[in-house]
Design a protein around this ligand. Structure first.
Ligand SMILES: [Fe+2]
Length: 282
């Protein structure tokens, strides 16, 4: 099949997907400020599965609370409204694709670890950046590779070839290989998916430009550089979702743009590595 026909098929698959559940839409629209604990708690309380998951996270070793957390508002206050938002969005979206068939085709666990690890890296990076809210970045970093889900689930055979080639010809970028197979790549596919699901502009742009932050609209460029760097950091500490090629020792252009010195980058990388167990516990 030629590439244009393949790309058309990808678009068709996205069009056929259901809209996001109302609860997820409401979480997406909820503000991420500290004042939003009440708002987010109220939305979560409508869904028993999500409630159980958030309580489990709040009571995990990662948060080290001395007391058992039993209410959602206490859990949201402890974890942070924005982290909760990212977790709910990420898990709900991954769950939408989960059924017996997809389990075999798509390594949800690996994808999830890369998502959380990138989101954690974005939070660590944002501590060193002025004029950028960590809040906004956590969700963006969490969902940046979402386009890969579409390839893995609906184009399993073709994507397997892409991943195998990425491993065999380790010097080839995964984006280039996807383009060769599908006439499009996971950042564009993720953007289409985000458009269908009415993601806010910041999220859409971070998904679309995380591999090419220099092409992002100026108002989102820094965010895209942070998300791109987070994805690289996460792959460097061995938490890549699949094959992440061309992982540089230091993503020089990214660090220059963000004005982060190499020594600081090293510290962040170490910190992310130390958080490995916590990340896997999510
Ligand atoms: Fe990516």
């Amino acid at each position: 099949m030629d590439k244009t026909a393949q790309a058309r098929l990808v678009v068709q698959k996205i069009e056929q997907l259901p809209t996001l559940p109302v609860m997820v839409m409401r979480i997406l629209e909820a503000s991420s400020s500290d004042n939003s604990i009440k708002e987010i708690s109220e939305i979560i309380e409508q869904d028993q599965t999500i409630c159980a998951r958030i309580l489990r996270v709040a009571n995990s070793a990662h948060f080290g609370s001395l007391h058992q957390i039993t209410t959602i508002s206490n859990a949201v206050a402890l974890i942070g409204p924005n982290t909760v938002k990212g977790l709910v969005l990420g898990t709900s979206i991954v769950d939408m694709f989960k059924n017996e068939n997809t389990e075999k085709r798509f390594d949800v666990g690996k994808f999830w670890i890369h998502s959380i690890s990138s989101a954690t890296a974005a939070r660590l990076l944002s501590k060193h950046l002025m004029d950028i809210r960590a809040d906004d970045l956590f969700t963006a970093a969490m969902l940046h590779d979402i386009g890969k889900i579409i390839f893995s689930i609906y184009f399993q055979d073709e994507y397997r070839i892409v991943l195998r080639n990425a491993e065999v010809y380790g010097k080839k970028d995964i984006v280039e290989l996807e383009m060769g197979m599908f006439g499009t790549d996971h950042s564009v596919v993720g953007f289409w998916l985000g458009e269908k699901w009415k993601f806010p502009p910041l999220l859409l742009n971070c998904i679309r430009y995380h591999h090419k932050p220099e092409k992002a609209p100026p108002e989102y460029r820094t965010h895209c550089y942070v998300v791109g760097t987070s994805s690289i950091l996460s792959a460097q500490v061995g938490q890549g979702s699949s094959v992440h090629n061309l992982i540089p020792d230091n993503p020089v252009e990214y660090l220059e743009y963000l004005k982060i010195p190499e020594t600081k980058y090293e510290d962040i990388r170490k910190e992310l590595k130390e958080q490995k167990e916590n990340i896997e516990a999510f």
